[in-house]
Design a protein around this ligand. Sequence first.
Ligand SMILES: Cc1cc2nc3c(=O)[nH]c(=O)nc-3n(C[C@H](O)[C@H](O)[C@H](O)COP(=O)(O)O)c2cc1C
Length: 314
Amino acid sequence: MQSSQNRITQLFNIQYPIIQAGMIWHSGWRLASAVSNCGGLGLIGAGSMYPDILRENIQKCKQATDKPFGVNVPMLYPNLDEVIQIILEEGVKIVFTSAGNPKTYTETLQKEGLKVAHVVSSTKFAMKCEDAGVDAVVAEGFEAGGHNGRDETTTFCLIPNVRKHISRPLIAAGGIALGSQMKAAMILGADGVQIGSRFAATVEASAHENWKKKITELQEGDTHLTLKELAPVRMVKNKFFNELEGIYQTGRNTEALVTALGRARAKKGMFEGDMEEGELEIGQVSALIDEILPVETVFNNLLREFEETKMPVL
Ligand SMILES: Cc1cc2nc3c(=O)[nH]c(=O)nc-3n(C[C@H](O)[C@H](O)[C@H](O)COP(=O)(O)O)c2cc1C
C-alpha cells in the first residue's frame, strides 16, 4: 500500500490509515507502540487499567515510540474523570471514546488540543457523533469482537449507510484482518480501519498465551453476540457462555446474568488464561487467524494484501 495521505492519516499524523483497536487485557504500551512504530495508530486500552497502571502504560509508550499513539476510553468503567485527567496530564494527543455519549468528553478534550474519535454501531449514533463535533467516527459492525450494538448491523451494511449520512472522517471496524477486507471497507466509504481481533493474536498483545493460541484455533461459528440486556458482547462459546445460555433458558433473568458475569470474568479468561470459566471476547474474523504473529508481520501482511487485491472488472 502506498502511503499517500488521506483524511485519517492527516488527522492523526500517521503513515497508514490503520488503527489498532483499544482492547481490554490486550492493548498495553507494547502493542500500541509496536503498531505506531509501523506507521499505524496504536491505542492503549484504558478499560482494564487502574488509573496508576494507565499512567505507567502511557509513560512507557512515550519511551517506546516517538510516533503518535492514543488512548481508548470505554465509558462503561469507573474512574472516568480520573482517567481523563491522567490523559491530559501525560500530554496524550488522541483519544478514542466508546460505549457512551460522545458529548461527555469531546469538547473538554478538544479544548486542550486533543483529537477525539468516538465508536458507534449504528448510523443514528454516528450522526450524534457528528453533532457532538468529534474529529472522526469509528463505525463498528456486528462481526466485531468485544462490546457491540444490539442491532446486529454488519460492517458491510453499516459503512455505506454511515458514509451517506455523515461527512466526518470515517473508520470502519469489525471483521477486518486481511488487506482485502481493509480495501473492501475503504471502497464502501471508510477513510481508514480499526482492527481488534487480528492484533489480539500478536506477540506484543498483553493477553495470556492460552488465549492467543485459542484464537488461532477458533472456527467459523465459534463466537456469538450475547448479553444484549446488559452490554452486548461477542464472545467464544465456551463453558462460561453455556452457563449464560442456561440462564436465558430459565427465562432471561437479568439479575442472574449479572451474578454469573461477576466482575472479573474477562480478566479470568483473556488475561489469566482460563479458557472455560473466563469470558473470551473476539470477533468472527478469528476464523481467519491461524498464527500468533509479531505486529510488524501483521502490518506488512495487511499492506501487501491491500496492494495485491485488485479491483474486479465487470
Ligand atoms: C478482546 C477484545 C477487547 C475489546 N475491548 C475493547 C475496549 O476496551 N474498548 C473498545 O472501545 N472496544 C473494545 N473492543 C472492540 C475493538 O475496539 C474493535 O472495535 C473490534 O475488535 C473491531 O472488530 P474486530 O475484532 O473484528 O477487528 C474489544 C475487542 C476485542 C476483540
